[in-house]
Write a protein that binds this ligand. Structure first.
Ligand SMILES: [Fe+2]
Length: 174
């Protein structure tokens, strides 16, 4: 279907951005997904390849994902057919995790988060290879799912008992 193809590739995009965008077969691998966030309104845009995207008159650059650090620790465990993912991070109005996404080669599950909420999500496992999350102050982070660790079935749900253990561990090991 020729008309379908036209929708996926529009050469005008290059004219708007001034950059040459060399996307080839963008649908081949969603693990190469790009995320754009508007610094004015916080709008989040997901793209399967690079694109010229404007919001509030600003040409947005695709975010570069860093590996999660000590201030942005991610905990993943398997609960039945889902990954339960939690980010150890504050959720205040000025500093919070704004979205989380679980990506496989052909699928993305994306969740918007808000201040005062919990920085946690449950994603269907089906082929998920990477978790992305975005901190409004520190940017985009990603973490690969590690086979044998993250997909291990948890023996208990996130509970007060576990919270207590984690707090104790934090006190002991910093
Ligand atoms: Fe942060």
């Amino acid at each position: 279907m020729a008309s379908h193809r036209l929708k996926e590739y529009n050469p005008d995009t290059e004219l708007i951005s001034g950059n040459t965008i060399k996307n080839a077969n963008v649908s081949a691998n969603m693990l190469r997904s790009k995320f754009y966030v508007c610094p004015v309104c916080g709008n989040v845009i997901h793209s399967m390849g690079e694109a010229a995207i404007q919001c509030h008159g600003i040409l947005l650059s695709p975010l570069e994902a860093e590996t999660s650090d000590e201030q942005h620790m991610i905990f993943t465990e398997r609960i039945e057919d889902e990954y339960y993912v939690r980010i150890d991070h504050e959720m205040t109005k000025s500093h919070f995790i704004s979205f989380m996404a679980a990506v496989s080669s052909d699928n993305i599950q994306m969740l918007k988060l808000y201040p005062e909420g919990n920085a946690e999500a449950r994603f269907k496992i089906r082929g998920v290879k990477k978790i992305f999350f975005y901190c409004n102050r520190d940017g985009l982070f990603s973490q690969d799912i590690v086979k044998g660790i993250d997909d291990k079935e948890s023996e208990y749900y996130y509970s007060d008992e576990r919270k207590e253990l984690e707090e104790t561990a934090k006190k002991l090991f910093g």
